[in-house]
Design a protein around this ligand. Structure first.
Ligand SMILES: Cc1cc2nc3c(=O)[nH]c(=O)nc-3n(C[C@H](O)[C@H](O)[C@H](O)COP(=O)(O)O)c2cc1C
Length: 359
């Protein structure tokens, strides 16, 4: 299924080279005055930027709202938006139906859907479908802004090159959003860009880590066991193409700590219960504790690379070599940052509505 959320529910539709892609959002609170310029800015952050780390495909992502908004204000009815596809070069994909790209969804889509799968541009598996997700996230962010909740993500690592961590970084975090290459430390960002550019020149690709922080979330959101915030966020985040891991707070680093180091000691700050450290990443027992909710996401290298790779010819039942043509991102992370923020906004808004029934 291509939808997520219980109350704030986002359903994504379309194929990369079909007439249009889009989203239907149910459960949008009524009476929210939408700032269309801010939504457009979010779409631009995800669209190909022209930077050396980005595909040369031209995706303007101009959207049209066809229901649920009147005079830029939400009506409470399903909000439907579409983006018409304009820059499709379907011939780049003709061979992939029987010669699947290693690392992409071509083979599994073939097994599941056989000849009915729309292979052009990756069809419904294309990362182009993240554009309507960013739109829905931008709407969710504007609802969350009423609660003074901010969501910020950055590129935390490209291969071995690491940015400053969010927990250590003082506000204002929102300035990261203005950056074409979203990192906290621009010197590290330069090195990351060199790593990506070198991979691109060698017809290769690289992956890395995106870290996301949700600031201003009150304690008490979420639930125990299978209703936990970690599970809800993980489900959303795994819907983003190329995601292969997620960890909350200290994550796997917990395995090297003693309990005395791992536990976050409580304190009173401004008459509020806070913790001195935030190893748990703002979640205990699946429920927010009022500290920043921090998590890290592992992205694999872009599957479509120009280097010759071994694949199979399904029709002939024999091994063969594939050299992928077409315009691909040598690293998906710079464009995935707003997608991570968007999915987080959708999930957190839904969790707040599930817990409190209103916002
Ligand atoms: C923002 C973004 C851009 C992407 N761009 C490309 C691309 O240009 N070429 C490509 O092969 N994969 C790209 N991907 C990744 C594929 O869509 C993804 O690896 C594929 O659908 C298989 O899904 P999986 O990696 O989650 O198993 C991109 C992913 C994201 C999030």
């Amino acid at each position: 299924m291509s939808n997520i959320g219980t109350i704030f529910n986002v359903s994504v539709f379309g194929e990369s080279h079909g007439p249009a892609i889009g989203a239907v959002i149910n459960g949008v609170p009524q009476g929210i005055k939408l700032n269309m310029e801010d939504i457009k800015k979010e779409m631009v952050r995800r669209a190909p930027s022209g930077g050396e780390w980005s595909t040369k495909r031209k995706e303007t992502d101009a959207f049209e709202i066809i229901s649920g908004v009147l005079d830029e204000t939400t009506t409470g009815a399903p909000l439907t938006m579409i983006i018409r596809n304009t820059d499709a070069r379907s011939k780049d994909y003709e061979n992939l139906r029987v010669r699947p790209r290693p690392g992409h969804a071509d083979y599994t889509a073939y097994v599941k859907y056989q000849d009915e799968h729309d292979i052009r541009g990756g069809g419904h598996f294309s990362a182009r479908l993240t554009a309507p997700i960013v739109f829905a996230g931008a709407v969710a962010k504007q609802v969350l802004a009423k609660e003074k909740i901010d969501i910020v993500a950055h590129i935390a690592a490209i291969k071995e090159c690491e940015d400053t961590r969010l927990n250590e970084f003082a506000l204002p975090l929102l300035s990261i959003k203005e950056k074409l290459f979203p990192v906290i430390d621009d010197t590290v960002g330069e090195k990351m860009r060199e790593i990506i550019d070198q991979a691109r020149r060698e017809k290769d690709s690289v992956g890395g880590v995106i870290e996301c922080g949700i600031f201003g979330l009150k304690p008490g959101i979420g639930g125990p066991l299978f209703d936990g915030l970690e599970g809800a966020l993980a489900k959303g985040v795994y819907g983003i193409p190329a995601v292969k891991g997620i960890s909350f707070g200290a994550g796997f680093d917990y395995t090297n700590m003693f309990g005395s180091e791992a536990n976050d000691a409580y304190m009173i700050e401004d008459a509020q219960v806070r913790t001195k450290t935030n190893h748990c990443g703002g979640i205990l027992g699946g429920i927010s504790n009022g500290m920043p909710l921090i998590f890290r996401i592992a992205f694999k290298p872009t599957p479509s690379i120009g280097k010759p790779q071994q694949t199979v010819d399904i029709d002939k039942n024999e091994e063969t070599i594939i050299e992928i043509k077409g315009r691909h991102d040598p690293c998906v992370l710079p464009r995935a940052v707003p997608v991570v923020e968007a999915v987080s906004a959708i999930i957190i808004l839904d969790e707040i509505l599930k817990t409190r029934k209103e916002i």
